[in-house]
Design a binder for this molecule. Structure first.
Ligand code: FCB
Length: 448
């Protein structure tokens, strides 16, 4: 057996998001978000499940933080719910919302766990949605005001603030595919949302730097999928390039190069009009830290299935799959080395999410033997190590997720946690993978 060891100071962490774990959807003055609205609309979520209670982290954050510390976890990425802090998106601040995140952050710090705060993990205030949501440019300015409030209040205890989690998903799964809130199916709306979310990142970066009392690194987290053509045919290769432009380059180019693929992209041009105003791209290109979320790759063929873009995702036979995606560890290496080669980012680089849904359960002795997750993690973290060896200056790896939680449109059926949660009793049980990961952290590596 050989052991792989990570560079000294490599950061190991775990991630979650407000709507997926907090519950307490209407407590202590919290406003309604588009996810509250969406889950309460019949037919949108598997079994019409909701995050109303979820894993009740709002009330159990103390025991959850203690459990992190027991598992050697010292870096925690979470998001604040905009609607707890500014219940109507703009205007009056809700002191009880600030107080919750004060309690959470102070508890984490007491356990020597560093908080990595993310401002937006998809739960847009419903009042802003009613004024047009992300397709409306004004939302970007409202977001910057929210960022200022957060940076001013919590900045003394933070080293990092992420503005957004996965702008592509918020824009396209929410506005084009309609599978996430707000549930529209309109390519123009998705493209406008994507641009305004990125613009809001730039505006918020300025606001954070101006609002905080000490230097704070500003980051963003992107879902990136390496794209492979289904066959060697020219049509499939061009289809793969289109998907790469609209899924990966649409966020990477503005953030890291100050350009955008959508302006030169003939098929989407009619949908964007004068969307991108002079100066926008300069504002967006403001980044201290790039977070990469990796789950799978996309294998693409030419097809009329998705209108305008004319592409279809295929699932190659004979490969391994989880409840949601193809399992493709090598894609993580391909992605990281591609980012380095094509963009040579000057900012820090980290993995902010990676994980697998497994239908875990308790064995008769109360243990959760999730060997499949351990195998997934070994194979993926090995690729991370390879990328570092080959010159990608990666600083950190955050696992998704700490505990099983509400997996958006798929409800509670997809368990991603290192900790098993009985959703009826809220009992938490550390899975075998949780103990394995704790060892990886202690050893800063593992036996292959
Ligand atoms: C990512 C999301 C995260 C979680 C994982 C499985 O796209 O950022 O909230 O749902 O997928």
């Amino acid at each position: 057996m050989s052991k792989i060891t990570f560079p000294e100071g490599f950061t190991w962490g775990i991630a979650s998001s407000s709507y997926q774990v907090e519950g307490a959807w209407n407590e202590d003055g919290k406003g309604i978000s588009i996810w509250d609205t969406f889950v309460h609309t019949p037919g949108k979520i598997v079994n019409d499940e909701t995050g109303d209670v979820s894993i009740d982290h709002y009330h159990r954050y103390k025991e959850d933080a203690a459990m992190m510390a027991e598992l050697n976890l010292r870096h925690y990425r979470f998001s604040t719910a905009w609607t707890r802090i500014l219940p109507t998106g703009t205007g009056p601040v809700n002191p009880k919302g600030l107080a919750f995140y004060d309690r959470l952050i102070d508890t984490l710090l007491k356990h020597k766990i560093e908080p990595y705060l993310c401002l937006f993990h998809w739960d847009l205030p419903q009042t802003l949605q009613d004024k047009g949501g992300w397709p409306n440019r004004e939302t970007a300015y409202a977001f910057a005001d929210y960022a200022r409030v957060v940076a001013k209040h919590f900045g003394d205890r933070l080293n990092v603030i992420f503005t957004h989690n996965e702008p592509w998903v918020a824009a396209f799964v929410g506005h084009f595919l309609g599978m996430h809130a707000p549930g529209t199916r309109d390519l123009g709306a998705a493209l406008r949302a994507a641009h305004h979310i990125l613009l809001s990142h730039g505006l918020a970066s300025e606001a954070i730097r101006a609002g905080a009392k000490k230097p704070i690194k500003v980051g963003i987290t992107l879902n990136l999928n390496p794209v492979y053509p289904a066959t060697e045919s020219k049509k499939d290769q061009e289809a793969a390039e289109r998907v790469d432009a609209i899924m990966n380059r649409i966020t990477l180019d503005p953030l890291l190069k100050g350009t955008t693929p959508i302006e030169e992209f003939k098929i989407v041009k009619p949908f964007i009009g004068s969307l991108i105003k002079p100066g926008d791209l300069e504002k967006i290109r403001s980044l201290d830290l790039l977070g990469v979320n990796y789950y799978s790759r996309a294998v693409i063929k030419h097809s009329a299935k998705v209108p305008v873009v004319n592409v279809e995702q295929v699932n190659p036979e004979g490969n391994e799959y989880s409840g949601m995606w193809e399992i493709f560890p090598k894609g993580l290496y391909a992605l990281l080395t591609r980012i380095q080669k094509d963009y040579a980012p000057l900012c820090e680089l980290m993995i902010t999410e990676n994980g697998i849904p497994v239908p875990d359960g308790l064995d008769f002795d109360g243990r959760v033997r999730d060997e499949r997750r351990i195998r997934y993690l070994k194979n993926h973290i090995y690729q991370v190590h390879r990328a570092i060896q080959d010159g990608v200056p990666l600083k950190a790896y955050f696992h998704w997720s700490f505990m099983d939680n509400f997996e958006w449109a798929l409800g509670y059926g997809q368990r991603f946690g290192l900790v098993y949660v009985d959703f009826k009793t809220q009992k938490r049980t550390v899975k075998d993978s949780g103990r394995w990961f704790a060892e990886v952290i202690r050893e800063n590596g593992f036996e292959l």
